[in-house]
Design a protein around this ligand. Structure first.
Ligand code: OMP
Length: 233
């Protein structure tokens, strides 16, 4: 077990099961958690998720459900049946949808953490303006953070740039899950609101979602270990 990996969620963004399972095998002993998102899930389906769960991984099923309350309630229940550790919905699905998702999970004795996505880390103020979302990006994230907290979800996906404001003005309790993580000198790719792993944790993130800086590294295990070591540097 490598130290400091419990906060690290590695995004298995692959087009098929084989490389995802190969990376899981490599990372097995580190104690990190894994994320299955829409690309891999659409290719490999629930069987892959069940396989990773049976191998002992905490799996974050990142399908960002965003639909009418009844449909989302059914989808999060299906996720709970798969035994995943964390599942997410879009906060922009609205109050009733968030409540329906929370209530759908309530009967499970070992239920997944229910997390709402605020504003995607690939968006900035210009994008929000073009989409007709009024106010600044941080105004929007804070509004969605309040909606998430008020309706009793466990946490929020946000960029590390919003952590301090959320902690100060919304909640010290919400589990903050932060993608847009880039070690120094990494490529930014399609992310617009990025930060290093060490800074994000220091600001109060509970979990860091990291994909390409690990999955596209020549040696992914080494990349994960280097990130883990940087957290205490
Ligand atoms: O919900 C997510 O995990 C998510 C939300 C968000 O706002 N931004 C974001 O990048 N993600 C996911 O986090 C991962 C980031 O991957 P990398 O940019 O490769 O590190 C991807 O799997 C995204 O789907």
């Amino acid at each position: 077990m490598v130290n400091n990996t419990a906060a690290l969620i590695v995004a298995l963004d692959y087009p098929e099961a084989k490389p995802a399972l190969a990376l899981a095998e490599q990372l097995k002993s580190t104690g990190c958690r894994l994320k299955v998102g829409m690309e891999l899930f659409t290719h490999a389906g629930p069987a892959l998720v069940e396989k990773l769960v049976s191998q002992g991984f905490d799996v974050f099923l990142d399908l960002k459900f965003h639909d009418i309350p009844n449909t989302v309630a059914g989808a999060v229940k299906a996720a709970a049946e798969l035994g995943v550790w964390m599942v997410n919905v879009h906060a922009l699905g609205g109050r009733d949808m968030l409540i329906a998702a929370r209530e759908a999970l309530a009967p499970y004795s070992q239920r997944p953490l229910l997390i709402a996505v605020s504003i995607l880390t690939s968006l900035d103020n210009t994008d929000l303006y073009a989409m007709g979302l009024h106010g600044s990006l941080t105004d929007n994230v804070l509004r969605l953070a309040r909606l998430t907290e008020t309706n009793g979800l466990d946490g929020l996906v946000c960029s590390p740039h919003e952590i301090s404001l959320i902690r100060q003005s919304v909640s010290t309790q919400l589990q903050l899950v932060t993608p847009g993580i880039r070690p120094q000198q990494s490529q930014q790719d399609d992310q617009k609101r990025i930060m290093t792993p060490q800074e994000a944790l220091q600001l109060g993130a509970n979990y860091l979602v990291i994909g390409r800086p690990i999955t596209r590294a020549p040696d992914p295990l080494q990349a994960l270990q280097t990130i883990a070591q940087s957290l205490t540097a």
